[in-house]
Design a protein around this ligand. Structure first.
Ligand code: ADP
Length: 261
């Protein structure tokens, strides 16, 4: 089984992910030091920890926005290892299987909400314009923004833009969704709209890894809480157990700091 098989639709839609011994440096600066994480299909993993811990880099390694220096990434039985070439077709298959939502929404400013969601489907999946637009409208409805279809992102609030970005990622029918602090740039009440969409996705059984400072979301929605500090995973397990009784001093310090904010 290869990543190309994913593109050819030969795989079951629900996939987990397995990262083993991932390390990453920028020059002499180590950012990830031998980090391993296994995610079961249909589960939500919340990734928390102080700024600079390596959370975002770790997430970006999963869909190869960053190439790790060592370690392996297994998506759907295909193993990606450093030094091993990943061809364009496999990379496209990986990016299709693993959708990503960023803190900054990264929408095309000159395209309507509908076109932002349809365009990648036409480019990546080869869907016709009509087919892509129909799917985009379904997704806009799903994120509660049908009425924004013809609007450009500049005419939408931050929360609406982020929901459009989620719809755009979902339009490629990913099996796994990565969220990198999706509500950090938003006012708290607007962030709630986005978190509500993410809660629904989780309830529908989407496999998700979410870097977040939203502790209530992490506690209520995630199956596994992963705490990163100083380039490593220092603690992981049941979110409620870790939040009520953290085992590591570094976790205690971090939780105190976020909860007092
Ligand atoms: P977090 O998401 O936990 O805040 P990041 O993964 O963003 O942490 O960053 C971890 C460390 O890696 C930080 O010290 C950051 O400055 C550094 N870093 C991230 N990206 C780069 C890059 N492209 N070049 C050099 N250093 C980077």
């Amino acid at each position: 089984m290869t990543l190309s098989d994913i593109a050819d639709g030969k795989l079951a839609p629900r996939l987990g992910i397995r990262l083993d011994n991932i390390s990453k440096r920028y020059g002499a600066h180590t950012v990830l030091d031998d980090v391993s994480l296994h995610v079961e299909p249909g589960t939500v993993t919340a990734l928390i920890g102080p700024s600079g811990a390596g959370k975002s880099t770790f997430l970006r390694c999963i869909n190869l926005l960053e190439r790790p220096d060592s370690g392996s990434i297994q998506v759907a039985g295909h193993i990606i290892e450093p030094g091993k070439d990943v061809n364009g077709r496999d990379l496209a298959a990986l990016r299709q299987t693993v959708g990503m939502v960023f803190q900054s929404f990264n929408l095309f400013p000159h395209m309507s909400a509908l076109k932002n969601i349809s365009f990648p489907q036409q480019k990546v999946l080869g869907r016709s314009k009509d087919e892509a637009d129909a799917r985009s409208m379904e997704l806009l409805k799903r994120v509660g923004l049908e009425e924004k279809a013809t609007q450009h992102p500049g005419r939408c609030s931050g929360g609406q833009q982020q929901r459009i970005a989620i719809a755009r990622a979902l339009a490629l029918d990913p099996s796994i969704m990565l969220f990198d602090e999706p509500t950090s740039a938003l006012d708290p009440e607007v962030g709630l709209e986005v978190l509500a969409v993410m809660r629904e996705l989780a309830a529908d059984g989407m496999t998700m890894i979410v870097v977040t400072h939203e502790m209530q979301f992490a506690r209520d929605v995630s199956d596994t809480l992963v705490v990163m500090a100083d380039c490593k995973i220092i603690e992981q397990g049941d979110p409620r157990a870790i939040m009520s009784d953290p085992q590591e001093a570094r976790t205690r310090r971090f939780l105190r700091a976020v909860l007092e904010r």
